[in-house]
Ligand binder design. Structure first.
Ligand SMILES: [Zn+2]
Length: 284
């Protein structure tokens, strides 16, 4: 099994106090999101390979340096060789974003990119992003986009819509991209966009705890015949591995004896057993 979506960061160092406050509010209780190596290694035990990244979005107060991510990945891989795959992050609204990305890839060995248009406040179609996409396409670096909503008040929802990536996939047909969280709650938009483009995927991270929405997402994916484009992710530390796997395997519980259609075994086990990194072109 692979897990395409986990975070590493230190809350005190990498998140603005207002951001922490908003996260606590949305959750209804305080929780330190700092990811510790020991707890992380325990959580990822069920997986053969796991993608790890931070996040950069100056607008909403997230800034995890790529050096920190690379160091964390090295610590994990010392104890679980080859398991962690680190992705860089960049905020194209900030000076030096491209240079930081080149450093992250060429000096630190990070193997993909995490972008959060809603966290940084940029339209992913904007011309300022062209050089980033061209670099990633040329280097076979997949980009995982946060798509869909979030809880930060300053985060503009308009730039989180999945359909914005349609244009990018048309302009960069070889670029591998993943839409995180199935673009929630805009999952129909997400599904029709991944249907069009062979190298565009979606992850199912942090969705199982809204069981009605999650069920409908997977049923709709079956109806559009795109379940082969869905990748497993947990969004650790927001959700753990075990509960995420269990949540997926239990997706039909909500239908009880209603006679509603079922998410098939093939859909569920297909998501869990997919070679996500192979599809994204990430070598060992
Ligand atoms: Zn995430």
């Amino acid at each position: 099994m692979q897990n395409i979506h986990t975070h590493t960061w230190n809350q005190a160092l990498h998140m603005a106090p207002e951001t922490v406050r908003e996260a606590d509010l949305s959750r209804g209780r305080p929780l330190d999101l700092t990811v510790l190596v020991d707890a992380y290694i325990e959580d990822i035990a069920p997986f053969d390979r796991v993608v790890t990244f931070g996040l950069k979005g100056r607008l909403t107060g997230y800034w995890v340096p790529d050096d920190y991510v690379a160091d964390f990945v090295a610590q994990v891989n010392t104890r679980a060789p080859g398991k962690a795959v680190g992705f860089a992050s960049c905020d194209p609204t900030q000076e030096g974003a491209m240079e930081e990305l080149v450093h992250a890839v060429e000096d630190l060995g990070l193997q993909g990119l995490k972008l959060g248009p809603i966290y940084a406040g940029f339209d992913p179609r904007s011309l300022g992003c062209e050089s980033i996409y061209a670099y990633c396409e040329q280097r076979c670096l997949p980009i995982l986009f946060h798509t869909g909503t979030t809880y930060n008040r300053a985060a503009p929802l308009g730039v989180s819509r999945p359909w914005l990536l349609d244009e990018i996939a048309i302009r960069f047909p070889e670029l591998r991209m993943v839409m995180a969280h199935l673009g929630h709650p805009f999952y129909e938009e997400c599904l029709v966009v991944i249907r069009k483009h062979p190298h565009l995927y979606a992850d199912i991270s942090a969705l199982f705890y809204r069981p009605w929405q999650f069920y409908n997402m997977l049923i709709t994916a079956q109806e559009y015949n795109v379940t082969h484009k869905l990748l497993f992710g947990s969004d650790y530390p927001f959700a753990g591995a075990q509960e995420s796997v269990q949540g997926l395997r239990n997706v039909n519980l909500i239908t009880a004896e209603s006679g509603l259609p079922r998410v098939t075994e093939a859909t569920i086990e297909g998501i869990l057993n997919r070679d996500a990194l192979g599809l994204l072109g990430v070598s060992r």
